[in-house]
Design a protein around this ligand. Structure first.
Ligand code: ZN
Length: 542
């Protein structure tokens, strides 16, 4: 099913010979040439593990075949738990400036980071804990008045329920699980912290940010800046929503209902069965060779909006879409297709520089999310809406005028989630229920009574996607900043100019991880990543 380039086969044969001929083959790496052969071999094994992990994940979610995640994980463990590999990378990384080879130095740097990340990824105690908690969370049966209720159903009811007392009851349902999972979550956090400390980092959050090359003090400054700049407008959203919902006091369970009532573009403009024809027509118009790209697309009921898996970069990318209703479906489809376009246009020979997502240190999640979200920016553009959907000019403008409240809520809710997790890793022994209430107050400007049960440990995110929330904010900053450049460069032809694809591929996709993600943003947009463009999408002038 998978084909490798022929030079890999050659190196594999050479290395097999080396492995067979002496007991410590890695001691033989004493020249640059030997290092190149060694790295090529290592990267072939790495890519095989990536592909197997990708396939296992695809099978898990698509249900196309039996999945074997454990076998895939074992392949990574073989690489990353081998201390002689680690040592060799460390030694050569220390000498990399003398090698006079930028690509080789970059490979060594990313390998060094992946040995930090891979060490935690392959830690059996952490994995056992994660698996246990993941099963507990995904298998948990929520109940309401003695009847089972799904998370999706709770979400729908929170949006449409008119009675605030009922909304409160729905909102509290997830506390059934939180109470049940809190001790194990804290244990997992402590295990991760312990491991990070062994590797020389302050805690697991700091390590995670380092591996993605996100500077921690810059991040905190940036997020605090977003909080300050959006506070007044968010307060205004709450005040206006009180009137809309006819309630004197605004509570955390009122947000979804409020945002739902401000939503303003008809679902009828986004028919489900037109998604692929519309998406393909648009991407063809901006120059992508849509018909010949190795991208597979499937619609299936999954427990989240969508998912793309870059299985074999750049030869095989596949995405799944959950058939949700309305404009959000189009946003998710364009976002996932953005991931797929990124995958199949990465033209880098070396697997460690291709940006596979599995091992922390091999890529930056914020960047990957940002360039995927860039495609979804088109679906938010009034000109695009007028051209590619049945929305009229009036519909499109009305939508742009009213979407801000929902966007503000998304930002501030993500800030709440981020800071809760960030503070939890700083001190897992603190009273986390109190911390959760404080975060609601600071970022969502609502009070929660101290008698109210907590909900934080019911989230699968803290278990399965740790230290990830900042990426959803940084990705919005990235997509907004790049989109402004596209608007300036291509003007109104931005939705039909066949040269746009070439520009995107060259600036954002082709070179994989050869440069740091923040350098790619600086080279593409002429400035470092900042909050200005994102705030402008929220109608706030920086
Ligand atoms: Zn994504």
């Amino acid at each position: 099913m998978f084909r490798y380039k022929s030079h890999y086969t050659y190196f594999l044969i050479v290395s097999l010979f080396l492995f067979a001929s002496c007991e410590h083959p890695r001691d033989t790496v004493s020249t640059k040439n030997e290092l190149l052969i060694y790295l090529d071999t290592l990267e072939q094994a790495y890519e095989e593990a990536c592909i197997q992990t990708g396939m296992a994940n695809w099978n898990l979610y698509s249900g196309e075949a039996v999945h074997n995640l454990d076998a895939a994980k074992a392949k990574f463990a073989k690489i990353f738990l081998d201390s002689s590999n680690k040592k060799l990378i460390e030694v050569w990384r220390g000498k990399s400036s003398a090698l006079a080879d930028d690509t080789l130095a970059r490979r060594l740097e990313l390998w060094w980071r992946c040995f930090l990340g891979g060490n935690i990824y392959s830690d059996s105690a952490i994995a056992a804990n994660e698996n246990y908690l993941q099963k507990k969370i995904t298998n948990f049966k929520f109940s309401y008045l003695g009847n089972r209720i799904s998370l999706a159903e709770i979400g729908t009811r929170l949006r449409v329920e008119q009675n605030p007392k009922q909304r409160k009851n729905y909102w509290l349902i997830t506390s059934q699980l939180s109470d049940n999972a809190q001790d194990e979550l804290v244990e997992l956090v402590k295990l991760r912290n312990e491991k990070a400390k062994q590797l020389g980092f302050y805690n697991y959050y700091s390590l995670s940010l380092f591996l993605q090359q996100i500077k921690e003090d810059w991040l905190l400054k940036t997020l605090n800046n977003l909080e300050e700049k959006t506070r007044a407008n968010f307060q205004e959203f709450i005040e206006s929503s009180k009137k809309k919902l006819k309630t004197k006091k605004f509570h955390p369970w009122d947000f979804d209902a409020a945002v739902y009532r401000w939503a303003s573009i008809s679902d009828s403009h986004f028919p489900k069965d037109s998604i692929f024809p519309i998406l393909h027509r648009f991407h063809k118009n901006i120059g992508f060779k849509v018909d010949s790209l190795p991208i597979k697309e499937t619609i299936k009921d999954i427990p989240f909006g969508g998912l793309n898996i870059g299985i074999n970069i750049p030869h095989d990318s596949r995405y799944l879409l959950n058939p949700i209703t309305g404009k959000r479906f189009y946003n998710v489809a364009f976002h996932e297709y953005g991931h797929a376009l990124h995958t199949v246009h990465t033209h880098i020979r070396y697997p460690i520089l291709k940006g596979y997502e599995w091992i922390p240190g091999a890529s930056c999640g914020a960047y990957a999310e940002g360039v995927a979200e860039l495609q979804a920016e088109f679906v938010n553009d009034p000109e695009w809406l007028r051209t590619y959907t049945s929305a009229s000019q009036d519909d499109a403008e009305k939508y742009v005028a009213t979407r801000t409240f929902g966007d503000l809520y998304y930002l501030r809710r993500t800030l709440k989630d981020f800071f809760f997790e960030y503070e939890m890793y700083k001190n897992p022994d603190q009273d986390l229920a109190t911390l959760e209430r404080e975060m609601y107050k600071k970022y969502l400007l609502v009070e929660i009574d101290s008698t109210m049960p907590h909900r934080y440990a019911s989230s699968i995110w803290y278990t399965m996607y740790p230290c990830y929330y900042q990426n959803y904010i940084l990705s919005k900053m990235i997509s907004a900043q790049v989109y402004e450049v596209i608007v300036n460069k291509f003007g109104s032809s931005k939705i039909s100019n066949p040269e746009l694809s070439g520009w995107i591929i060259e600036h954002l996709y082709a070179n994989g991880e050869v440069q740091e993600w923040y350098e790619r943003i600086r080279n593409t947009t002429g400035k470092s990543l900042e909050t200005g463009a994102y705030l402008r999408t929220l109608k706030i002038m920086d």
